[in-house]
Design a protein around this ligand. Structure first.
Ligand SMILES: O=C(O)CCC(=O)C(=O)O
Length: 298
């Protein structure tokens, strides 16, 4: 496949001074109802809200299978010093494990399952590859949240993703309640790109995966978006799924309950939106965070 190393920067970010929001012109949904399992009304709603929740996306037996993979990876001694394992800054418990499709044949098969892959292809309107995968563990009592952010802001700035033509799937592997650090999304916020202020530090990923600092929106920007869009939350029993646009504003609070809130994330990018050089960082992030093998997933 031919790839390029640069593209026009339609979303300038990590700026020296605050700048206006950018109204996105690209759609969230690039395919149509004939292209996959989502029906027309579901695609219209996804275009409008920037997310789609599906109850019972994964059946009980399969949830148990993926949960055993989650437990196995967190306890794997070989991963303790692996850069793919991110621990909580204060407690040292497992926060995230990246590149899970390479660590687990079961999770690799999940990414290729037609009920997943066909929906991803339908939303981005082309073949897809996995840009990033991770399990977020959000342990009981000590799990720390993910501050408000747009994933696309980071993927554009630090990974060189040209356009918001990627979709994320989060599957609940434990019950997601409103009170155990559930993911909040601002419906419709995916239509607005919020440029961030501040240069990207060198090797930013070494700390940003524990707690993001570069690329986070200002309080004023979050307030303006929340007032315009409101805030919804992804809740549901284990096996529920959330499909969400790469540019939706989202975040989660800490989990001080006795109930872990663990999810597996898979990010599908269009092969027509392959990464170029980062738009606002000196060097690219490692492949386990930002995959540069754009071979279509089959
Ligand atoms: O699981 C969460 O609470 C948020 C995860 C998230 O935003 C991320 O992994 O980028």
């Amino acid at each position: 496949m031919t790839t390029t190393t640069s593209a026009e920067d339609l979303f300038p970010t990590r700026l020296a001074t605050p700048s206006d929001f950018i109204a996105r012109t690209q759609p969230a949904v690039w395919g149509s109802d004939g292209d996959g399992p989502f029906e027309e009304a579901e695609l219209e709603a996804h275009e409008r809200r920037g997310y789609t929740m599906i109850d019972d996306f994964i059946s009980g037996n399969d949830v148990a299978l993926y949960t055993s993979e989650l437990d196995r990876l967190a306890a794997d001694p070989a991963l303790q010093d692996d850069p793919r394992m991110i621990t909580e800054r204060t407690t040292g418990t497992v926060r995230s494990v990246f590149e899970v499709e390479k660590l687990s044949g079961t999770l690799d098969a999940l990414a290729r399952d037609p009920k997943v892959l066909d929906r991803a292809r339908q939303i981005v309107g082309s073949e897809v590859y996995l840009h990033q995968t991770r399990i977020n563990y959000m342990p009981s009592f000590t799990g720390t949240g993910f501050y408000w952010h747009s994933d696309f802001e980071t993927w554009h700035a630090e990974d060189g993703m040209p356009l918001p033509r990627a979709v994320s799937l989060s599957i609940a592997l434990t019950d997601n309640y409103p009170f155990n650090g559930g993911l909040m999304v601002m419906p419709g916020s995916h239509r607005t790109f919020v440029p961030a202020v501040g240069e990207t530090p060198d090797n930013n990923h070494e700390q940003s995966l524990q707690a993001q600092e570069a690329g986070v929106p200002s309080h004023a920007a979050i307030t303006a978006l929340a007032e315009k869009c409101g805030i919804d939350q992804f809740t549901g029993a284990a096996g529920s799924a959330l499909w969400f646009d790469s540019n939706i504003m989202h975040g989660s609070g800490n989990n001080i309950t006795p109930y872990a809130r663990s999810n597996v994330f898979m990010v599908f990018n269009s092969v027509e939106n392959a990464l170029v050089d980062p738009f606002a960082a000196k060097s690219s992030r490692p492949a386990h965070i930002a995959n540069r093998d754009f071979t279509p997933l089959r």
